[in-house]
Write a protein that binds this ligand. Structure first.
Ligand SMILES: [Zn+2]
Length: 346
């Protein structure tokens, strides 16, 4: 990707002058491939900086579409994206193209699942966590440890945030620290506790720096352990020491339980405060034109190239081309499954 013409030299001059990067580091960045899993607040802040820094290839996987309530903190998106209901991966790719046309950006409107996570991870040098849930992080952790690819965890809620860099074979993995997911309903989420733009940007900045260190090869200065901070109370915690668990099912015993739990049937999961995602067991290729025609008989329908949205029985249902649907206005998995079966089909 990177050529060292005079224009490019100018473009990255302030960065390549930095002692730990230099011209050689800049060239490594140009050849670097980053996978960003989830492109909400963390993902879009990190992608923005990665694109500006001249990372050669950025793959973005996200299952969701832009909404007005995202704009307070998701830096790549604008009102027009929310009005059009553009998928976040697509809106992010368009923004990257405007920021830095030298970057090869690869958007995927998809849910990360046991069937596709290894495919995505295998094509990256580093993975950046932009998700908001434990399930996806365990999957990414399994895939990265199995394939020996480093990943940078990040999370933010309220005024707090945390980050951790995982280098398989060297550091603790995500499951060493969090062996089991928190029981459903016990964790605050951004929907219940809110989240500040500043906590997100702070964590995304740390993740970005860790990814840059990995790409330029400065492992010595990687963050060791867990960093936690609060942008409102100014608390800062750095947990280091013996975090690695030799009995860890993932990095210790190499049992990739999340990867092995291959999805075989349609699943439904909570997705935000008042919405449920229904996913087919395998990605489908839905004929959106056909679906649009079918749904018009049932209620008002809007659509773009990537999704169809309709209101049926008082629920807003958004169906993507891969067969996933996000159904708003219910927290009842049964109701969501039944709406899916009735209006989208089997
Ligand atoms: Zn581990």
């Amino acid at each position: 990707m990177a050529t060292s013409g005079p224009a490019e030299h100018d473009r990255y001059a302030r960065q390549s002058r930095f002692w730990a990067i230099g011209r050689a580091g800049q060239e490594r960045l140009g050849a670097g491939r980053v996978l960003v899993v989830g492109c909400g607040g963390l993902g879009s802040a990190a992608v923005n900086l990665l694109a500006r820094a001249g990372v050669g290839q950025i793959a973005i996987v996200d299952r969701d579409f832009v909404e007005l309530s995202n704009l307070q903190r998701q830096l790549l998106f604008e009102e027009a994206d929310a009005a059009a209901g553009t998928p976040k991966a697509i809106a992010a790719a368009r923004a990257v193209a405007r920021i830095n046309s030298e970057v090869e950006v690869r958007p995927f409107v998809a849910d990360v699942t046991p069937t596709n996570v290894e495919h995505f991870v295998a094509q990256a040098d580093v993975v950046l966590d932009g998700t908001d849930n434990f399930e996806t992080r365990y999957l990414v952790n399994d895939a990265c440890v199995k394939l020996g690819i480093p990943w940078v965890h990040g999370g933010a809620i309220g005024s707090t945030g945390m980050s951790m860099t995982i280098v398989p074979g060297e550091t603790a993995c995500f499951r060493c620290l969090f062996p089991t997911p928190p029981p459903v309903g016990t964790m605050e989420t951004c929907d219940t506790a809110g989240v500040l733009g500043a906590s997100i940007v702070m964590v995304a900045a740390i993740e970005w720096a860790e990814v840059m260190k990995l790409l330029v090869g400065d492992r010595e200065n990687l963050s060791r352990g867990l960093t936690a901070l609060d942008v409102w109370t100014n608390d800062h915690l750095q947990a280091e020491g013996k975090l690695r668990d030799p009995d860890c099912p993932c990095c210790g015993r190499r049992h990739f339980e999340y990867l092995d739990a291959l999805v075989t049937s349609r699943t439904a999961s909570l997705c935000g405060r008042d919405a449920i995602q229904v996913s087919p067991g395998q990605p489908l290729k839905v004929d959106l034109d056909e679906l649009r025609r079918k749904l018009k008989a049932s209620g008002p329908v809007t659509s773009n190239d990537y999704l169809v949205r309709c209101v049926v029985d008082g629920h807003e249902m958004t169906i993507f081309a891969d067969g996933r649907a996000i159904i708003k206005g219910t927290t009842d998995l049964g109701v969501a499954r039944s709406l899916y079966a009735r209006y989208v089909g089997t």
